[in-house]
Design a protein around this ligand. Sequence first.
Ligand code: TRP
Ligand code: SF4
Length: 331
Amino acid sequence: MNERKKGIVLSGMRPTGRLHLGNFLGALTNWVDLQEKYRCYFEIADWHALMSNYENPEMIREHSMDMACIWLAAGIDPEKSVLFRQSDIPEHLELYFILSSITPLGWLERCPTYKEALSNIESNDIRNHAFLGYPVLQAADIALYRADSVPVGKDQLPHLEMTREIVRRFNHLYSTDIMVEPKEILTVVKKLKGVDGKKMSKSYGNTIFITENSENIKRKVKSMITDPARIKISDRGHPDVCSVYDYHKIFSKKCVKDIEKKCRNAQIGCVKCKDILTENLEKKISPIREKYIYYRENPQKVNKILKEGNRRASIAAEKNLREFRKAMKYA
Ligand code: TRP
Ligand code: SF4
């Protein structure tokens, strides 16, 4: 590990399903870049998955493995970063309990993500004890490695704010400064919409997966909604209302200006325009897909990487937890 690296980063994802291009643009590319500057811990947050998906623990196991393969394929480098599985490091739950004890119930009940989850009838039944403590476990994840920087999307900001509050409360209660108040590294990306123009989400079935095969890429791009006012090729198009154009902005940086002009001047047809997008998506996805397939076919390699990651995570976790308990005079 490069000692010149500045701060400590921790981030995680819940292994609840296949990752799509939105996740890739949102979190993963950011993580890959952060590896150069920070000492990074990337966590498979499988306890966080269990709280809501407790009916299918074996699926969580399967998705954990799949997610690790995708991370590796996307460029998370086990030489540079610590890649580990939360449930393999028992200190997470120990610190979770300590932090649970000092977290007022009201903070959790008022948490906007909790209220939203409760109001979402489609979500699994999450009216259980553990789920209320979701942000406390997340705070434990972060505090355990004394991470000072946490790359997250906007949706996670309430959890980060709560982490800071819990950390401050710990330090105040035990007159210490051992725990680190983390700041967010906000992931700013243009939100990638689903192929139907709605929010990209697995539950809508409008996603393109990071590891999508060529045929599916083609089929999904074909199904994309274009400018509805454009019926004949000779009609001038309006790229700003077209999902294909939204994708071009992200995946066809070199020719997006040209496409816009040609669309507005009716010099390119939607079929051709989609072909160009298919090609560019394929270029982006295929190297990741190939590496992904390699790791899926060599699970022993992935397990070895995870084992080594767990070992390194454990060293930090054990040491820090010991110090936290000492600070509490509860060693
Ligand atoms: N709650 C995060 C999410 O759903 C996942 C997560 C778990 C996490 N522990 C974390 C993110 C610690 C950042 C830091 O995206
Ligand atoms: Fe959309 Fe391209 Fe058709 Fe224009 S030419 S409406 S950008 S698909």
